[in-house]
Structures are given as structure tokens and as C-alpha cells.
Design a protein around this ligand. Structure first.
Ligand code: IVH
Length: 677
């Protein structure tokens, strides 16, 4: 008996110790939650936090009877509901009257003063958060119930979902009984990330952060809500006995209780200050990480509020100053396709012009085929258009309820609207591209690439001259370059006899470039200079490459499916065939010189330090021209290490491995540029 008693008391002691530790951990976690989620100013690392949290979880598992609903571990609990219970608000959740200009704000102020026959003792301005209004009920400091606004009188009980929002404290810092109101919202970034995820999973997208917040709060399964990045700003007292006389003090009190209050609250002596605040935020709303649709102006003195009272719909002591809408509806008259400089086809919605956020919008990019499908935008649809600040207008979503059945689905054209060449979309890519090399939309960029250093390397034919040639309609595809005459060039601005001559000589010389350069110059998708060299060495002639099948191409070790497809597509295009034909007629070399002329074939070089007379690029070019290869690091497989001034560790490594070391002179001798002594 005695023994049993002692045992019991031992358990009691242990229980008590556990209880004390649990309570301490909860306090610590609440404190760090507050710093992190409410003040956005954490003091400890995530790892340290996780440790505290894990310890609490473990203790609560060992002592399940000590688990309480206000524990930070109990945010996500319970099974999915089949519906929400309805909650009648003890104090209706009113809406606000709107004002749209400064004049209306001034008359709001004068109307109030006329009503109570005394000056208003200051106004408080707050940002009007574009989210979902909720009410939170705390009983002796414990969060016991939360609801949506509903029709203002009756809302839905979403307590389980609200508990998952980490910036809503489950326990206030004081054991008060109070009902507060606030706005649940989603940060723009988080919204975009969420939509990105949904896009990848093929789930329907949310139109805007507001809808995303609303959709997330109305989940019957709190686990889903818990996975959504929701947040809250508390801005209004519902019911509660509080010893304060102004709204501004109330907001500070909310903060003291551990509630999250927006930091941009401001007190103004008169309505002119309010107007200034409204003007400021109308300009700066984009600087915030969340959407606001205006400013809320409230009479500060609670007694004055009381005297002003409310109508059936809204309080007389407050008003919303609404910003110009960022979202409006209009119709998609057509969806056309634009061809960009790189051949990418972009669907573009032509809209019935509407004013959005201060400017008229008549077109909006739909980015690519997938986005058109995902958003399900059709020709003839009524759509929601959004223009955030200076940001480019965007089609948010179709308004499906307004469909008549006459709407037409957009189809990505199979042929380029600018040139008629085939349009391809590669596996794993969102972009559709025109494969035509003479496509006028791609001409400029394509020509610049053709003549560039990596391509045919035509000196004196940079982007500026290319632009001149295109503008004068002298060149419509790369082959035209080889038909240019002295007279053509002399007709251009800034061209004299000498510069025209020089350019013609440079063009003439480029005809002798090896096939690898010609291939690079053609700008075949996925074929850069390295791949071009591989292809040139393998096929030796343009003709052979052009006739290669997918299978032939895949037989080349370095060539994968993506490259093979791009090459087949390129040579299948009649437009490209014509250009190649004309290049050949102009006398452009289409062969790769045989390896015999490549004394360094198979030799590997590493360069370190600076050579007195040659740049790194020049040395690489000289070595490669003779079939050698330049790599980045020294290994046993390295044949030569070329050492210049101030060499790095590669030099020492070469010495260690006993690899032949060359200085500039020795290199030039090896390359056959100078005679060996
Ligand atoms: S006070 C009785 N303050 O705007 C006054 N509302 O159009 C209650 N809102 O339903 C509202 N930010 O959803 C207030 N700082 C703020 C607000 C705000 C957003 C929303 C709220 C309300 C609607 C009124």
C-alpha cells in the first residue's frame, strides 16, 4: 500500500515536470511564432525552432492527456468536414461606402462634422487589404471560433481552417474575451508560386491572390488550408470591453495581444493628411508584397464613432477610398500570333479596348499555347483583364458564365504567319517556333548571327550594318549577302569606296570558311559551334548532312534526339533548302577540310597564364584549327600545357605529372606558325 502510494507520487512528480516543460516549450514556440509570423523578425534559426517543436511533439505524444487545443502543435487537427456550420454574427459585419476622388473624401469629412456639430478629432488611415474578411473570437485569450463575413449577418464557421494560419495566435498574450476582425490574404509571390505548382500539376489556376485566399479558406479539409500560404491583418474591434478611447489605441492594443496589424497605419489631424496618404498609396501600391484595392479611412475617436453610428449597410464613421480598378472585363475579339526575333510564336489576345488602371488596353500576350489551354481563353470570350501598376496587361481568366457557345478555341498555326514555314514545338518545351530561316520576323537576328565571329566571321559586318542592309531591303536572307555589289553598299549611309571595298573583300573571304562555321552561322536550333564541329567532322559535306536521317544523326555519339530533330526539321524546310542552294551557287564552301590538314588531331592542350602576343581566344582558335582540343584542367591525358605570364596552379600540376610544357614560341613552332630553330 505504502509502496503503491509512493509510486503514484513518483508518477505525479514526473507528470508535473513534463507539464512544466510542455508549458515552457509552448510559451517559447508561441513567442517565436509571434516574432516570425507576426513581426517578421525571427530571433532563432529554423533549425533551433524545429528542435523546440520536435521536443514538444515528443512530450505531447508521451503525455497525451497534457495535450491542449491551444498548443502550437494543434493547428491542423480533425478530419475534413462535409460542410461548414453557419455562424450568426453577434455584431453584423458591415461593408464600407466607397469614394473615388479627393473631393468625395472632403465631403465625407464635412458631412460628418455637420452631423455631430463638432470637428472630427482626427482620422486613421489603413490599407484596404484585398482579401477575405473574417472575424476571430477569443474567449479568455483562447481562440475559440472564426467565421467568414457571409452576407454580413451570418457567415460560415471556418475555425479549423483559421487555426492553420500561423499569424493567427491560438492564445493571446492576455486572457481577454474579445472579437476582432481582419482580412485573410495571400502574398502575391506566394500566389504566383502556388499557381505555378498548380500549372505543373494541371490543376485549374486561381485568377488572383484574393481568389486564391478565398478558395484556400473554404476548404473542407483543414490540411489543404494548412498547405496554403495564408496570412492575416487584423484591423477592427468586433465586440469587447476595452479601456481605450481611440481606434489608433485599439490597433496598438491588438499588437500587444499578439495579433498581426498592418504597419502602414497612420493618424491624421484632418482630411488633407488623409488625401495625401491616399495619393501616396495609389502610387506605391506595387511596392507592397500583397494586393490592396484602396485605403480605409476611419474616425479615430471611438465616442465620435458611436455618435455617428451606422446605416443598415455601413458605418457612417468610415469610408473606403478606392483605387482605379486593376481588373476589368472585356471581350477577346481575336487571338492572333506574333513571331518574335528568335522565331518564337506568341499568341496575342486582341481585346475590345478598355481602360484599366489609368490606360487603355487593347491587346494582351497569352505567352504560349499551354497558357491559352490552361486558362481556357477562347476567341469571343468575356475575360478578366488585369494591369498591375506599370506591369503589362494580362488576361486573368475567361468569364465562363458569359459564354454563348459561339466561342472558338485557339489553335497554334502549323505554319508561320510571317513566312509560311513549318512551326514546330519540341517535346518538353512550351514555345512553338518557326523553322524558316528567311522568315522576315527572324531576319535581323539571324543575319547578325550569320556574320558574327562564331559564324562566318565577316569583318565589318556587325549588327549596325546588318540593320542598314535589311532596312534598304538589300538583304532578305543570308545568301543575299553574297550578291551585294559595290553600288549597293555605296548607297548606304556612312559607306565610302574604301569601306565598301573592304566589306566586299571580307564577304568574299568568308566563302572559304569550313563547313563547321557555316553550320554554326546557319543558327540551326541546338547547333552551336561545338556541335557544328562534331557534325562537320562526321559528315564532311553539307550535302551529306542534309540527307542524313534521324537515325544517321543519332549514330553520331554526341548527337541526341533533340539535336537530331532540329537538324531534320531544318533541312526539310524548303525555304532553308533554297538558301543553301543559293549559298552554294554563290561559291560558299560546304565542305569540312580533311584531318590531314590537322596535325594536332586528338591532342589535348591546357592553357595557363597570359601569352605575350596572343589572346586566349586566338590561341584556342589556332589549336582548334589544327584539330587540337583545349580543356580546362590538367590530367594525365593532357598532351601539352601552354604557359604564359603569371601561370596558375595548372603549371605546377603539369610539372608534377611531367607533361610537356610550351611557351609562346614553342607553341607557335608546334602549330607551324614559325619555323623551328
Ligand atoms: S474596416 C465596419 N479596415 O473591406 C468596417 N475593412 O468594403 C469594417 N477591408 O469587408 C471594415 N482592409 O473585407 C476595414 N483596413 C481595413 C480593411 C477592410 C480591407 C475590407 C473588409 C471589408 C471591406 C469593406
Amino acid at each position: 500500500m505504502v509502496l503503491k502510494d509512493r509510486q503514484l507520487s513518483l508518477w505525479d512528480d514526473q507528470d508535473e515536470a513534463a507539464e512544466r516543460e510542455i508549458e515552457k516549450l509552448r510559451e517559447q514556440i508561441r513567442y517565436h511564432d509571434y516574432l516570425y509570423y507576426v513581426l517578421d523578425a525571427p530571433e532563432i534559426s529554423d533549425a533551433e525552432y524545429d528542435e523546440l517543436y520536435a521536443r514538444l511533439v515528443a512530450l505531447e505524444e508521451a503525455y497525451p492527456h497534457l495535450r491542449t487545443p491551444d498548443s502550437p502543435t494543434q493547428r491542423v487537427g480533425g478530419a475534413a468536414a462535409s460542410s461548414f456550420a453557419s455562424v450568426t454574427h453577434r455584431l453584423p459585419m458591415l461593408s464600407l461606402n466607397n469614394t473615388f476622388d479627393h473631393g468625395e473624401l472632403r465631403s465625407f469629412a464635412t458631412r460628418l462634422e455637420r452631423m455631430i456639430q463638432e470637428p472630427i478629432h482626427g482620422f486613421v488611415t489603413e490599407l484596404k487589404i484585398d482579401g477575405l474578411a473574417v472575424t476571430l473570437f477569443y474567449e479568455e485569450g483562447q481562440f475559440v471560433r472564426g467565421a467568414t463575413r457571409g452576407d454580413g449577418f451570418t457567415g460560415e464557421d471556418i475555425t479549423a481552417n483559421l487555426r492553420t494560419i500561423r499569424s493567427i495566435p491560438l492564445k493571446l498574450k492576455e486572457p481577454v474575451t474579445i472579437e476582432v476582425r481582419g482580412e485573410v490574404y495571400m502574398d502575391r509571390r506566394e500566389f504566383e508560386a502556388l499557381n505555378e505548382q498548380r500549372m505543373q500539376k494541371g490543376e485549374p489556376l486561381f485568377a488572383n491572390p484574393r481568389n486564391a485566399a478565398a478558395g484556400s479558406l473554404r476548404q473542407l479539409d483543414p490540411k489543404v488550408t494548412a498547405s496554403r500560404p495564408l496570412d492575416i491583418f487584423v484591423y477592427q474591434l468586433g465586440i469587447g470591453d476595452v479601456p481605450y478611447t481611440t481606434h489608433y489605441e485599439l490597433l496598438n492594443y491588438f499588437k500587444e495581444l499578439g495579433l498581426r496589424v498592418n504597419p502602414h497605419v497612420q493618424l491624421h489631424r484632418d482630411i488633407e493628411g488623409v488625401i495625401e496618404y491616399c495619393g501616396y498609396w495609389a502610387e506605391h501600391r506595387q511596392d507592397l508584397s500583397y494586393d490592396i484595392d484602396g485605403v480605409v479611412v476611419k474616425v479615430n475617436d471611438l465616442q465620435q464613432q458611436q455618435r455617428l453610428g451606422h446605416t443598415a449597410k455601413s458605418p457612417r464613421w468610415a469610408v473606403a477610398f478606392k483605387f482605379p480598378a486593376q481588373e476589368v472585363t472585356t471581350r477577346v475579339e481575336d487571338i492572333i500570333v506574333q513571331v518574335g526575333r528568335t522565331g518564337v510564336l506568341t499568341p496575342l489576345a486582341l481585346l475590345t479596348p478598355v481602360e484599366v488602371a489609368g490606360s487603355v488596353v487593347s491587346r494582351a500576350s497569352l505567352h504560349n499555347e499551354d497558357i491559352v489551354r490552361q486558362k481556357d481563353v477562347r476567341i469571343g470570350d468575356w475575360v478578366l483583364i488585369r494591369k498591375a501598376g506599370d506591369v503589362i496587361p494580362e488576361v486573368v481568366a475567361p468569364i465562363k458564365s458569359r459564354r454563348t457557345g459561339e466561342e472558338k478555341e485557339f489553335m497554334m498555326p502549323t505554319h508561320c504567319p510571317a513566312c509560311g514555314a513549318k512551326v514546330v514545338r519540341e517535346a518538353g518545351e512550351v514555345a512553338s517556333r518557326c523553322v524558316g530561316k528567311a522568315c522576315p520576323a527572324q531576319l535581323l537576328e539571324g543575319l547578325v548571327h550569320f556574320t558574327s565571329r562564331a559564324g562566318m566571321d565577316i569583318e565589318g559586318l556587325g549588327p549596325k550594318v546588318v540593320e542598314q542592309l535589311v532596312a534598304a531591303k538589300l538583304v532578305q536572307d543570308p545568301a543575299d549577302l553574297y550578291n551585294l555589289t559595290r553600288e549597293d553598299l555605296l548607297g548606304l549611309e556612312r559607306f565610302g569606296t574604301k569601306s565598301a571595298e573592304n566589306l566586299l573583300v571580307a564577304i568574299e573571304q568568308s566563302k572559304g570558311q569550313p563547313l563547321s562555321r557555316l553550320l554554326t552561322a546557319l543558327g540551326i536550333r541546338h547547333v552551336g559551334s561545338t556541335t557544328a564541329r562534331v557534325l562537320a567532322r562526321h559528315f564532311r559535306s553539307l550535302d551529306k548532312l542534309a540527307q542524313a536521317t534521324q537515325e544517321d544523326l543519332l549514330a553520331v555519339p554526341e548527337i541526341g534526339e533533340k539535336i537530331a530533330n532540329a537538324i531534320v526539321d531544318f533541312f526539310a524546310e524548303p525555304q532553308n533548302q533554297r538558301i543553301l542552294q543559293r549559298l552554294q551557287e554563290a561559291g560558299v564552301n560546304q565542305l569540312e577540310p580533311e584531318e590531314e590538314g590537322q596535325p594536332l588531331a586528338g591532342k589535348t592542350f591546357v592553357l595557363t597564364g597570359t601569352l605575350p602576343d596572343y589572346s586566349r581566344e586566338q590561341v584556342v582558335a589556332m589549336i582548334e584549327a589544327r584539330g587540337g582540343k583545349v580543356t580546362g584542367s590538367v590530367s594525365r591525358k593532357t598532351d601539352y600545357v601552354v604557359v604564359g605570364d603569371r601561370p596558375g596552379s595548372k603549371y605546377t600540376r603539369a610539372q608534377e605529372l611531367g607533361i610537356p610544357i610550351l611557351n609562346q614560341e614553342e607553341l607557335l613552332a608546334l602549330l607551324g606558325v614559325i619555323e623551328e630553330e
